[in-house]
Design a protein around this ligand. Sequence first.
Ligand code: C2E
Ligand code: CA
Ligand code: CA
Ligand code: CA
Length: 279
Amino acid sequence: IKGQYGKHFAAYDDNLRRGLLRRQAITDVMEDALAEGQFEIYLQPKYSIRDEKLAGAEALVRWNHPEWGMQSPAEFIPLFEQNGFITKLDQFVWNRACACLREWDDKGYPPISISVNVSRADIYQADITDLLAKTVKRYGLSPERLHLEITESAYTENPEQLIQTVGDLRDLGFVVEMDDFGSGYSSLNMISKMPIDVLKLDMKFIQNETAKRLKGGILRFIIDLARWMKLSVVAEGVETREQLERLREIGCDYVQGYYFARPSPCGEFEQMLQRWQWR
Ligand code: C2E
Ligand code: CA
Ligand code: CA
Ligand code: CA
Protein backbone atom coordinates (compact mmCIF):
# COMPACT_ATOMS: atom_id res chain seq x y z
CA ILE A 1 0.00 0.00 0.00
CA LYS A 2 2.83 2.32 0.83
CA GLY A 3 4.28 1.79 -2.63
CA GLN A 4 0.91 2.64 -4.20
CA TYR A 5 0.70 5.93 -2.37
CA GLY A 6 4.21 6.75 -3.47
CA LYS A 7 3.23 6.16 -7.07
CA HIS A 8 0.15 8.36 -6.80
CA PHE A 9 2.17 11.17 -5.35
CA ALA A 10 4.80 10.78 -8.04
CA ALA A 11 2.13 11.01 -10.74
CA TYR A 12 0.59 14.03 -9.03
CA ASP A 13 3.98 15.74 -8.79
CA ASP A 14 4.64 14.98 -12.42
CA ASN A 15 1.39 16.57 -13.58
CA LEU A 16 1.95 19.55 -11.36
CA ARG A 17 5.45 20.04 -12.72
CA ARG A 18 4.32 19.63 -16.31
CA GLY A 19 1.62 22.25 -15.72
CA LEU A 20 4.08 24.68 -14.19
CA LEU A 21 6.59 24.17 -16.98
CA ARG A 22 3.89 24.73 -19.56
CA ARG A 23 2.80 27.94 -17.86
CA GLN A 24 6.39 29.11 -17.67
CA ALA A 25 6.92 28.30 -21.36
CA ILE A 26 3.85 30.36 -22.32
CA THR A 27 4.93 33.25 -20.09
CA ASP A 28 8.41 33.21 -21.66
CA VAL A 29 7.11 33.67 -25.19
CA MET A 30 3.90 35.72 -24.85
CA GLU A 31 5.44 39.17 -25.36
CA ASP A 32 7.32 38.12 -28.48
CA ALA A 33 4.24 36.30 -29.73
CA LEU A 34 2.26 39.54 -29.62
CA ALA A 35 5.07 41.54 -31.23
CA GLU A 36 5.43 38.94 -33.98
CA GLY A 37 1.75 38.97 -34.86
CA GLN A 38 0.87 35.48 -33.61
CA PHE A 39 -2.33 36.76 -32.05
CA GLU A 40 -5.32 37.71 -34.15
CA ILE A 41 -9.01 38.27 -33.62
CA TYR A 42 -11.79 36.07 -34.90
CA LEU A 43 -15.33 37.33 -35.15
CA GLN A 44 -18.47 35.39 -34.37
CA PRO A 45 -21.72 36.88 -35.70
CA LYS A 46 -24.66 37.73 -33.50
CA TYR A 47 -28.18 37.84 -34.91
CA SER A 48 -31.34 39.60 -33.91
CA ILE A 49 -34.05 36.96 -33.39
CA ARG A 50 -36.86 39.29 -34.32
CA ASP A 51 -35.83 40.44 -37.79
CA GLU A 52 -33.35 37.61 -38.42
CA LYS A 53 -30.58 40.03 -39.34
CA LEU A 54 -26.90 40.19 -38.54
CA ALA A 55 -26.65 42.51 -35.55
CA GLY A 56 -22.98 42.47 -34.67
CA ALA A 57 -20.13 40.22 -33.67
CA GLU A 58 -18.02 39.16 -30.74
CA ALA A 59 -14.25 39.48 -31.05
CA LEU A 60 -12.44 36.41 -29.71
CA VAL A 61 -8.66 36.24 -29.57
CA ARG A 62 -6.78 33.43 -31.30
CA TRP A 63 -3.14 32.46 -30.82
CA ASN A 64 -1.50 30.60 -33.64
CA HIS A 65 1.96 29.64 -32.40
CA PRO A 66 4.37 28.67 -35.23
CA GLU A 67 5.38 25.41 -33.50
CA TRP A 68 2.60 24.67 -31.02
CA GLY A 69 -0.25 25.46 -33.39
CA MET A 70 -3.60 26.97 -32.34
CA GLN A 71 -3.73 27.56 -28.60
CA SER A 72 -6.99 27.53 -26.69
CA PRO A 73 -8.07 30.80 -25.03
CA ALA A 74 -9.54 28.65 -22.26
CA GLU A 75 -5.95 27.80 -21.32
CA PHE A 76 -4.01 30.99 -21.95
CA ILE A 77 -6.58 33.63 -20.93
CA PRO A 78 -6.72 32.52 -17.26
CA LEU A 79 -2.92 32.48 -17.18
CA PHE A 80 -2.71 35.96 -18.74
CA GLU A 81 -5.25 37.19 -16.19
CA GLN A 82 -2.93 35.99 -13.44
CA ASN A 83 0.34 37.30 -14.85
CA GLY A 84 -1.17 40.59 -16.01
CA PHE A 85 -0.46 40.19 -19.73
CA ILE A 86 -4.21 40.22 -20.43
CA THR A 87 -4.35 44.03 -20.23
CA LYS A 88 -1.89 44.32 -23.10
CA LEU A 89 -3.53 41.56 -25.13
CA ASP A 90 -7.02 42.98 -24.64
CA GLN A 91 -5.85 46.38 -25.80
CA PHE A 92 -4.55 44.72 -28.94
CA VAL A 93 -7.94 43.04 -29.43
CA TRP A 94 -9.87 46.30 -28.93
CA ASN A 95 -7.63 48.09 -31.42
CA ARG A 96 -8.02 45.34 -33.99
CA ALA A 97 -11.81 45.37 -33.55
CA CYS A 98 -11.88 49.14 -34.05
CA ALA A 99 -9.61 48.88 -37.08
CA CYS A 100 -12.07 46.42 -38.68
CA LEU A 101 -15.02 48.70 -37.97
CA ARG A 102 -13.16 51.67 -39.44
CA GLU A 103 -12.28 49.75 -42.58
CA TRP A 104 -15.83 48.50 -43.07
CA ASP A 105 -17.36 51.92 -42.45
CA ASP A 106 -15.06 53.30 -45.13
CA LYS A 107 -16.22 50.59 -47.50
CA GLY A 108 -19.82 51.59 -46.84
CA TYR A 109 -21.03 48.45 -45.08
CA PRO A 110 -23.89 48.69 -42.58
CA PRO A 111 -22.50 49.94 -39.25
CA ILE A 112 -22.47 46.89 -36.98
CA SER A 113 -21.11 46.86 -33.45
CA ILE A 114 -18.40 44.57 -32.14
CA SER A 115 -18.46 43.14 -28.61
CA VAL A 116 -15.07 42.84 -26.98
CA ASN A 117 -14.20 41.02 -23.79
CA VAL A 118 -12.99 43.19 -20.94
CA SER A 119 -11.18 41.11 -18.37
CA ARG A 120 -11.57 41.67 -14.64
CA ALA A 121 -7.92 42.70 -14.66
CA ASP A 122 -8.73 45.51 -17.12
CA ILE A 123 -11.92 46.85 -15.64
CA TYR A 124 -10.43 47.63 -12.23
CA GLN A 125 -7.62 49.74 -13.70
CA ALA A 126 -7.96 53.40 -12.76
CA ASP A 127 -7.63 54.73 -16.32
CA ILE A 128 -9.88 52.18 -18.02
CA THR A 129 -12.58 54.66 -19.13
CA ASP A 130 -9.95 56.99 -20.60
CA LEU A 131 -8.21 54.15 -22.32
CA LEU A 132 -11.37 52.88 -23.98
CA ALA A 133 -12.50 56.37 -24.95
CA LYS A 134 -9.13 57.04 -26.59
CA THR A 135 -9.24 53.73 -28.40
CA VAL A 136 -12.51 54.39 -30.23
CA LYS A 137 -11.50 57.99 -30.88
CA ARG A 138 -8.27 56.85 -32.53
CA TYR A 139 -10.39 55.18 -35.21
CA GLY A 140 -13.00 57.92 -35.46
CA LEU A 141 -15.74 55.67 -34.07
CA SER A 142 -18.51 56.52 -31.66
CA PRO A 143 -18.37 54.49 -28.43
CA GLU A 144 -21.67 52.67 -29.01
CA ARG A 145 -19.95 50.70 -31.78
CA LEU A 146 -17.97 48.86 -29.11
CA HIS A 147 -19.89 46.67 -26.71
CA LEU A 148 -17.99 45.77 -23.57
CA GLU A 149 -18.49 42.24 -22.25
CA ILE A 150 -17.61 42.01 -18.58
CA THR A 151 -17.91 38.56 -17.09
CA GLU A 152 -20.43 38.16 -14.30
CA SER A 153 -17.89 37.09 -11.67
CA ALA A 154 -15.97 40.37 -12.11
CA TYR A 155 -18.97 42.36 -10.86
CA THR A 156 -18.87 40.80 -7.42
CA GLU A 157 -15.23 41.65 -6.73
CA ASN A 158 -15.90 45.28 -5.87
CA PRO A 159 -19.49 46.14 -6.85
CA GLU A 160 -19.30 49.77 -5.68
CA GLN A 161 -16.28 50.52 -7.86
CA LEU A 162 -17.79 48.71 -10.79
CA ILE A 163 -21.11 50.56 -10.54
CA GLN A 164 -19.04 53.74 -10.84
CA THR A 165 -16.88 52.54 -13.74
CA VAL A 166 -19.75 50.99 -15.70
CA GLY A 167 -21.78 54.17 -15.16
CA ASP A 168 -18.91 56.28 -16.52
CA LEU A 169 -18.49 54.02 -19.53
CA ARG A 170 -22.19 54.24 -20.31
CA ASP A 171 -22.17 58.01 -19.92
CA LEU A 172 -19.47 58.04 -22.59
CA GLY A 173 -21.76 56.00 -24.84
CA PHE A 174 -20.34 52.49 -24.53
CA VAL A 175 -22.78 49.59 -24.35
CA VAL A 176 -22.05 47.33 -21.38
CA GLU A 177 -22.94 43.64 -21.35
CA MET A 178 -22.82 41.25 -18.43
CA ASP A 179 -21.20 38.12 -19.86
CA ASP A 180 -21.78 34.59 -18.53
CA PHE A 181 -24.87 35.72 -16.67
CA GLY A 182 -26.32 32.89 -14.62
CA SER A 183 -23.00 31.20 -13.95
CA GLY A 184 -23.72 31.81 -10.33
CA TYR A 185 -22.07 34.82 -8.75
CA SER A 186 -24.41 37.76 -8.91
CA SER A 187 -27.41 38.45 -6.77
CA LEU A 188 -30.59 40.06 -8.00
CA ASN A 189 -29.81 42.94 -5.71
CA MET A 190 -26.48 43.57 -7.42
CA ILE A 191 -27.96 43.22 -10.91
CA SER A 192 -30.63 45.76 -10.18
CA LYS A 193 -28.01 48.32 -9.13
CA MET A 194 -25.55 47.70 -11.94
CA PRO A 195 -26.12 50.16 -14.81
CA ILE A 196 -25.67 47.61 -17.60
CA ASP A 197 -27.45 47.41 -20.97
CA VAL A 198 -27.35 43.72 -21.86
CA LEU A 199 -27.49 40.33 -20.17
CA LYS A 200 -25.51 37.69 -22.01
CA LEU A 201 -26.71 34.34 -20.77
CA ASP A 202 -24.15 31.79 -19.73
CA MET A 203 -23.78 29.13 -22.38
CA LYS A 204 -23.80 26.10 -20.09
CA PHE A 205 -27.10 27.29 -18.91
CA ILE A 206 -28.65 27.16 -22.40
CA GLN A 207 -27.04 23.85 -23.22
CA ASN A 208 -27.97 22.11 -19.98
CA GLU A 209 -31.59 23.15 -20.10
CA THR A 210 -33.78 20.47 -21.53
CA ALA A 211 -36.26 21.72 -24.08
CA LYS A 212 -39.08 21.68 -21.56
CA ARG A 213 -37.25 23.61 -18.88
CA LEU A 214 -36.06 26.10 -21.46
CA LYS A 215 -39.66 26.80 -22.37
CA GLY A 216 -41.12 27.33 -18.95
CA GLY A 217 -38.43 27.51 -16.33
CA ILE A 218 -35.74 29.78 -15.02
CA LEU A 219 -34.72 31.07 -18.42
CA ARG A 220 -38.15 32.49 -19.11
CA PHE A 221 -38.04 34.10 -15.68
CA ILE A 222 -34.67 35.70 -16.43
CA ILE A 223 -35.88 37.05 -19.75
CA ASP A 224 -39.00 38.51 -18.11
CA LEU A 225 -36.77 40.04 -15.47
CA ALA A 226 -34.48 41.51 -18.11
CA ARG A 227 -37.45 43.00 -19.93
CA TRP A 228 -38.65 44.56 -16.70
CA MET A 229 -35.20 46.05 -16.12
CA LYS A 230 -35.12 47.24 -19.76
CA LEU A 231 -32.11 45.10 -20.59
CA SER A 232 -31.76 43.17 -23.80
CA VAL A 233 -30.80 39.52 -23.72
CA VAL A 234 -28.20 37.67 -25.77
CA ALA A 235 -28.00 33.88 -25.79
CA GLU A 236 -24.69 32.37 -26.84
CA GLY A 237 -23.78 28.75 -27.45
CA VAL A 238 -26.89 28.18 -29.57
CA GLU A 239 -26.16 24.96 -31.41
CA THR A 240 -29.54 23.63 -32.53
CA ARG A 241 -32.65 24.78 -34.32
CA GLU A 242 -34.64 23.64 -31.30
CA GLN A 243 -32.71 25.88 -28.93
CA LEU A 244 -33.23 28.79 -31.30
CA GLU A 245 -36.98 28.26 -31.49
CA ARG A 246 -37.33 28.00 -27.70
CA LEU A 247 -35.33 31.16 -27.23
CA ARG A 248 -37.55 32.90 -29.73
CA GLU A 249 -40.67 31.72 -27.92
CA ILE A 250 -39.53 33.06 -24.58
CA GLY A 251 -38.53 36.42 -26.03
CA CYS A 252 -34.74 36.40 -26.20
CA ASP A 253 -33.41 39.28 -28.34
CA TYR A 254 -30.12 38.11 -29.85
CA VAL A 255 -28.48 34.78 -30.55
CA GLN A 256 -24.94 33.64 -31.21
CA GLY A 257 -23.57 30.14 -31.66
CA TYR A 258 -22.29 27.33 -33.83
CA TYR A 259 -25.80 26.82 -35.22
CA PHE A 260 -25.25 30.01 -37.20
CA ALA A 261 -21.50 30.34 -37.48
CA ARG A 262 -18.24 29.62 -35.71
CA PRO A 263 -15.85 32.46 -34.98
CA SER A 264 -13.93 33.23 -38.17
CA PRO A 265 -11.11 35.50 -39.35
CA CYS A 266 -12.09 39.10 -40.14
CA GLY A 267 -11.80 38.53 -43.89
CA GLU A 268 -14.37 35.76 -43.79
CA PHE A 269 -16.63 37.77 -41.55
CA GLU A 270 -16.47 40.61 -44.05
CA GLN A 271 -18.08 38.36 -46.65
CA MET A 272 -20.96 37.78 -44.25
CA LEU A 273 -21.24 41.52 -43.78
CA GLN A 274 -21.51 42.00 -47.53
CA ARG A 275 -24.47 39.66 -47.60
CA TRP A 276 -25.93 41.29 -44.45
CA GLN A 277 -28.59 38.74 -43.77
CA TRP A 278 -29.67 35.72 -41.79
CA ARG A 279 -27.11 32.87 -42.16
P1 C2E B 1 -16.74 33.75 -23.71
O1 C2E B 1 -16.48 35.22 -23.67
O2 C2E B 1 -17.91 33.27 -22.93
O3 C2E B 1 -16.86 33.40 -25.25
C1 C2E B 1 -17.68 32.38 -25.79
C2 C2E B 1 -16.91 31.13 -26.11
O4 C2E B 1 -17.82 30.14 -26.60
C3 C2E B 1 -15.87 31.28 -27.20
O5 C2E B 1 -14.82 30.38 -26.90
C4 C2E B 1 -16.63 30.82 -28.45
O6 C2E B 1 -15.79 30.40 -29.49
C5 C2E B 1 -17.42 29.68 -27.88
N1 C2E B 1 -18.66 29.38 -28.63
C6 C2E B 1 -19.36 30.18 -29.47
N2 C2E B 1 -20.46 29.57 -29.94
C7 C2E B 1 -20.49 28.33 -29.39
C8 C2E B 1 -21.39 27.21 -29.46
O7 C2E B 1 -22.41 27.23 -30.15
N3 C2E B 1 -21.08 26.11 -28.71
C9 C2E B 1 -19.96 26.06 -27.93
N4 C2E B 1 -19.74 24.94 -27.24
N5 C2E B 1 -19.09 27.09 -27.82
C10 C2E B 1 -19.35 28.22 -28.53
P2 C2E B 1 -13.28 30.80 -27.00
O8 C2E B 1 -13.08 31.68 -28.19
O9 C2E B 1 -12.48 29.55 -26.90
O10 C2E B 1 -13.06 31.68 -25.72
C11 C2E B 1 -13.16 31.14 -24.44
C12 C2E B 1 -13.17 32.22 -23.39
O11 C2E B 1 -11.89 32.89 -23.38
C13 C2E B 1 -14.19 33.32 -23.66
O12 C2E B 1 -15.45 32.93 -23.19
C14 C2E B 1 -13.59 34.47 -22.86
O13 C2E B 1 -13.89 34.33 -21.50
C15 C2E B 1 -12.12 34.24 -23.09
N6 C2E B 1 -11.66 35.10 -24.20
C16 C2E B 1 -11.64 34.84 -25.53
N7 C2E B 1 -11.13 35.89 -26.21
C17 C2E B 1 -10.83 36.84 -25.29
C18 C2E B 1 -10.26 38.17 -25.35
O14 C2E B 1 -9.92 38.72 -26.43
N8 C2E B 1 -10.11 38.82 -24.16
C19 C2E B 1 -10.47 38.26 -22.97
N9 C2E B 1 -10.28 38.98 -21.85
N10 C2E B 1 -11.00 37.05 -22.87
C20 C2E B 1 -11.18 36.34 -24.02
CA1 CA C 1 -17.62 37.01 -24.10
CA1 CA D 1 -19.93 34.05 -22.29
CA1 CA E 1 -16.33 33.67 -20.12
